[in-house]
Ligand binder design. Sequence first.
Ligand SMILES: O=C[C@H](O)[C@H](O)[C@H](O)COP(=O)(O)O
Length: 223
Amino acid sequence: MNAKQLAAEAAVALIKDGMKVGLGTGSTAYFAIQKIGQRVQEEGLKVTCIATSIQSEELAQSLKIPMVGFEQLERLDITIDGADEADHHLQLIKGGGGALLREKIIAYITDHYVTIVDESKYVETLGKFYLPVEIVPFGWQRTFDHIKTLGGAPHLRQRDNAPYITDNGNYILDCDFKTIPDPESLQTKLNLIPGVVECGLFVNKTQTLIIGYNDGSIKTHKK
Ligand SMILES: O=C[C@H](O)[C@H](O)[C@H](O)COP(=O)(O)O
């Protein structure tokens, strides 16, 4: 089992019958969704889930995991999601897969937010990974300029020689801040810029961080 799968399966062991569960996005969350699907089918685990991306929703449906919409839930008991970086204070950079907005909406209605990463994502200080910022397409060049004044070199994310479009019809700027010693303050500044929908900093959201190691071990950090 690889390090991502180890972390993912340890997190899925926290899910109990009757829970409402948020499903993350990305290659680590993939293993969590697979395991939830297995528990639903083999153990008869009773859960209702909501996904943080169209991709994860389709995967969950293919595994016959019961899905609900926001009209059927106000809070989630647990969400299991990956991250691009996690620091020692359990602050995160997310959005490498473009799902940061839906992920953050789900994070804010979750009682127990569990982040799963492999050892390569656990860092002293955030910022080596370019920070994804979701922006509206209208006037994006000026939003780009505003972010630049905060010290982050933005790059418009591309796919097939065209701007990458999120599940919400927006663009993403991947911003090189080099180092982010104060994620909370940067999040506030970014989210005040007109045109910014949301940034990929997840501040004070993670209660449990599970790290999978290549030697087959896992470590859990709690807040
Ligand atoms: O937008 C994508 C999400 O924030 C992912 O959780 C993050 O990019 C980590 O993905 P992966 O587990 O594939 O490295």
